[in-house]
Design a protein around this ligand. Structure first.
Ligand SMILES: [Zn+2]
Length: 138
């Protein structure tokens, strides 16, 4: 059984600090708390929700060849802008276990399998993927 207190702590953190959509926060927190319940380190989260303005700024930075901390060009349509994506450190001790658990959950995708591989990235593509401009206009 997953420790419910740990699950709840992760859930609150992923909502408030990382701005994840509650449905994705529920999944990621279960996996993190599951790792901890069985004595493994949780993985380090490095990115969650990004506002459309922030996503646009990251694209501009990439295009200006300032690519520190970026693996691929930030997409014009990104689940990060809907709180349905998370990036984690691949150097985390439990990364492979985290990846396996995440990939066992229906609809969750690992960016390491994308054509332009983005191994730090996991998302939960539910609903409609919107562009920066669509979100800015909303
Ligand atoms: Zn990502």
């Amino acid at each position: 059984m997953i420790n419910e207190t740990l699950w709840n702590q992760w859930y609150q953190l992923l909502l408030s600090q990382w701005g994840l959509d509650w449905r994705f926060a529920f999944i990621v927190s279960a996996v993190q708390a599951g790792l901890e319940t069985y004595g493994y380190e949780p993985v380090t989260v490095t990115s969650g929700y990004r506002s459309p303005a922030r996503q646009k700024a990251l694209q501009a930075r990439w295009d200006a060849n300032d690519r520190t901390g970026l693996v691929v060009r930030p997409a014009t349509r990104s689940w990060h802008m809907q709180g349905l994506a998370v990036d984690v450190s691949t150097r985390s001790q439990s990364f492979n276990l985290f990846r396996q658990l995440m990939e066992s959950i229906p609809y969750v995708r690992w960016g390491g399998r994308f054509k332009k591989a983005d191994p730090v990235h996991f998302d939960y593509p539910i609903g409609r993927l919107k562009s920066i401009d669509q979100l800015l206009a909303a």
